[in-house]
Write a protein that binds this ligand. Structure first.
Ligand SMILES: CC(=O)SCCNC(=O)CCNC(=O)[C@H](O)C(C)(C)COP(=O)(O)OP(=O)(O)OC[C@H]1O[C@@H](n2cnc3c(N)ncnc32)[C@H](O)[C@@H]1OP(=O)(O)O
Length: 386
């Protein structure tokens, strides 16, 4: 089976982007990636477009056709398909594109993710965002993503004696890294005190524990080994791709602070890549809420359950032993649902090609990307390398 490479990447700035529509964002990121890869429309075998909420927020379905149309590719007969897997839509689409090349069906695939969330505000957007939960057993009773994360945080902090300060280290690190990322939504550095004293959202989580509502798009171009060799392309390799599911509703799970989906997907991804945790140069984590970063570090196998508090103060920094979210993460780079997983791949591409400037992880060789749906209902893990 062919190895699969990322040969081009591009993204929009993330944030509250009033002057850009869903289609503007998708096309901007897609064309940047195509230009970066140095390919032409005749080279493209398929397009995958990841999106979580356009049907509910923007009343726009058929995202694949929309992207192909507005990129000027629809009259070329190129298949263009939308992939929806909630907040993990991006990595799920990346995985489908990867498999389509692995299978031998395609040689070059453009895969992008887009979300336009700030068209709605207040309780309207919170209600739509809550569609990532189990609507019947969670959201109908008033649960929101933030309140579910808060319940998980309370139990975790109680059982493992974790102070709020340990949670605050996640946004402090994210904002610090995002200050070096021109595409990030929030580029201001914050202190631990600012994080701890920010507006309460769902106790014990404050504003700085929460990812924002974001617009944005990201895209990468994948190519087969054969195409890379024949065309002299320079890319990074996708060493493994894995996905796993857990119960959708948190109450059905064995433990509310264990993301089994992350654990299983990471196990598969490491087995397939032949790498060990120690080989990983940096991680992009799905830290939509600070508490999730701690839990994910444990369930992805980097530290024992209950011990993430031991590594969040220093190791996760850009120059630490396990840099986390050099991009700024969901907290500070932003959380445009369908774009997140692809945006993580864009960061890995930039880092592994040593083009990350001020936020470069020195000597980066291997990256682990974790994109998660809902409160851990599914996880997609990719390991990439040079
Ligand atoms: C698996 C998953 O991915 S689950 C993730 C699901 N995502 C979510 O649930 C999103 C969670 N976040 C939110 O709902 C919102 O960001 C909230 C509730 C925390 C804040 O929203 P609001 O109170 O409506 O904030 P509003 O948009 O009015 O902005 C008020 C100010 O706070 C800032 N702000 C809003 N959210 C954030 C944030 N997360 N971090 C930092 N600053 C923020 C705004 O920029 C604005 O600043 P300004 O006054 O200087 O212009």
């Amino acid at each position: 089976m062919s190895d699969v490479y990322i040969i081009g990447a591009g993204e929009t700035k993330y944030g509250e982007l009033w002057n850009k529509s869903l289609r503007n964002l998708a096309v901007e990121a897609g064309l940047k990636a195509i230009e970066d890869a140095g390919i032409y429309s005749k080279d493209i075998d398929a397009i995958y477009g990841a999106n979580g909420l356009a049907g509910t927020i923007n009343e726009q379905e058929n995202i694949g056709a929309l992207i192909a149309d507005f990129s000027g590719l629809s009259n070329e007969g190129i298949p263009a398909i939308r992939i929806e897997a909630s907040t993990a839509s991006g990595a799920a689409a990346l995985r489908e594109a990867y498999l389509s090349i692995k299978s031998g069906e395609y040689n070059v695939v453009v895969v992008g993710g887009v979300e336009k969330m700030t068209d709605l505000h207040g309780s309207d957007i919170v209600n739509k965002m809550s569609s990532i939960l189990d609507r019947e057993w969670e959201a109908f009773y008033g649960a929101t993503p933030a309140s579910m994360a808060a319940i998980i945080a309370r139990k975790y902090m109680h059982d493992f004696n974790v102070e709020k300060e340990a949670l605050a280290m996640i946004p402090v690190n994210d904002h610090n890294n995002a200050s070096k990322n021109p595409d990030a939504q929030y580029r201001n550095k914050i202190t631990v005190e600012q994080a701890l004293n920010s507006t309460p959202v769902a106790d014990p989580l404050n504003l700085m524990d929460c990812s924002p509502v974001s617009d944005g798009a990201a895209a990468v171009v994948l190519a087969s080994e054969d195409y890379v060799k024949k065309n002299g392309k320079d890319g990074i390799r996708i060493l493994s791709s894995a996905i796993a599911e857990d119960y959708l509703s948190v109450g059905s799970r064995e433990s509310i602070y264990t993301f089994n989906s992350a654990r299983l997907a990471a196990e598969k991804a490491f087995m397939r890549s032949g790498l060990k945790r120690d080989d990983i140069s940096f991680i992009e984590l799905h830290d939509s809420f600070s508490i999730y970063a701690l839990i994910e570090l444990e369930d992805l196998g980097f530290v024992e359950k209950g011990h993430a508090k031991d590594i969040v103060y220093n190791d996760i920094k850009l120059d630490g032993s396990l840099p986390v979210n050099p991009s700024g993460g969901l907290k500070a780079k932003g959380d445009p649902y369908g774009a997140v997983g692809i945006g993580q791949a864009v960061e890995a591409y930039i880092q592994l090609k040593e083009k990350a400037g001020e936020r470069q992880v020195k000597g980066a060789k291997y990256a682990l990307l974790h994109n998660m749906a809902g409160t851990g209902a599914s996880s997609v893990v990719h390991i990439l390398g040079i």
